[in-house]
Design a protein around this ligand. Structure first.
Ligand SMILES: Nc1ncnc2c1ncn2[C@@H]1O[C@H](COP(=O)(O)OP(=O)(O)O)[C@@H](O)[C@H]1O
Ligand SMILES: Cc1ncsc1CCOP(=O)(O)O
Ligand SMILES: [Mg+2]
Length: 263
């Protein structure tokens, strides 16, 4: 765990390039901005190389793509690889929709991702493990989450984050777990998408250690949500979302250290 990366991120203000989905794009842009990085979104394939060139990390969200967008995602992933920019992918709902799993796995044969961030249903699908995913949500299953994450990491040769009540982060061998968080995240659509792009922001300042960047991003995001939840007397998803944005901007390394729970 390297919480100093949060301060480095704020000092550097790295540009994070995103292909987002139309559902959560505003949250993702503001989440990146609030934590101290600089978001830019793209929907035009012709600008890909120039966009990647000015960026310090790339996040590809597969939340709601059309066929032309798949070509754009492919070009952006390949350009990120060619330009040695860290590449994060969020395989939204690949556990629930077989077409999505096919597209995601085809894409990952054509570029090398550095980090995959998904919930249990999504990561189980990529690991070919039996699981009952439910739409964009994790769903249910009884296999061991650490083993699922490790299998996906070995298969795709990258760092995997399996997020949920406990976040599991692995490169296929080393494993870290973040126990912070709040169930309120599940009441705000876009929490996972925000996390994926914030992971990209941490990768941008990580000097190539994406396992450490992924762990730190998970701790910062989950602990920030927990700090907000601790201030709320009842379940208020709207207030949570607004205050999460505030707290991503205000939270300090010392605030996080006080409540951090990881191993
Ligand atoms: N039950 C929970 N308790 C605590 N934190 C959670 C819970 N479920 C999800 N989170 C947190 O919510 C954030 C988004 O993750 P997740 O909900 O798994 O993504 P997605 O929205 O893609 O399903 C992560 O920081 C994760 O740690
Ligand atoms: C509802 C929905 N439909 C397609 S993408 C999307 C948002 C998914 O967001 P998240 O995985 O962060 O909850
Ligand atoms: Mg998601």
């Amino acid at each position: 765990m390297k919480l100093e990366l949060l301060d480095q991120l704020r000092q550097t203000n790295p540009v994070v390039l995103n292909i987002s989905n139309f559902v959560t794009v505003q949250d993702v842009a503001n989440g990146i901005n609030a934590i101290g990085a600089s978001p830019i979104m793209s929907e035009e394939i012709a600008e890909t190389d120039e966009m990647v060139a000015i960026s310090s990390a790339v996040a590809l969200n597969l939340g709601a793509f059309s066929k032309p967008q798949v070509a754009h995602i492919l070009k952006m992933g390949q350009s990120a690889n060619a330009n040695h920019k860290p590449l994060v992918i969020d395989p939204v709902a690949v556990g629930a929709i077989s077409y999505r799993k096919q597209v995601a796995t085809d894409l990952m044969k054509q570029f090398q991702v550095d980090v995959i961030r998904g919930n249990a249903g999504e990561i189980a699908a990529l690991a070919d493990v039996e699981w009952q995913a439910k739409g964009i949500d994790a769903g249910s299953g009884d296999q061991d989450l650490v083993e699922i994450a490790k299998a996906a990491a070995v298969k795709q040769q990258c760092v995997v984050i399996l997020s949920g009540e406990t976040d599991v982060i692995t490169d296929g061998q080393k494993v870290a777990r973040v126990h912070n968080g709040t169930p309120l995240f599940q009441l705000h659509v876009g929490s996972g998408d925000m996390l994926s792009s914030i992971v990209a922001a941490f990768c941008a300042v990580s000097d190539g250690d994406y396992f450490e960047a992924a762990q730190t991003a998970c701790l910062v995001f989950a602990a920030t949500g927990e700090l907000v939840a601790n201030q709320l007397k009842e379940e208020r998803p709207g207030t949570f979302a607004a205050q999460l944005m505030d707290e991503l901007h205000l939270v300090s390394v010392a605030d996080i250290e006080k409540i951090a729970q990881f191993d």
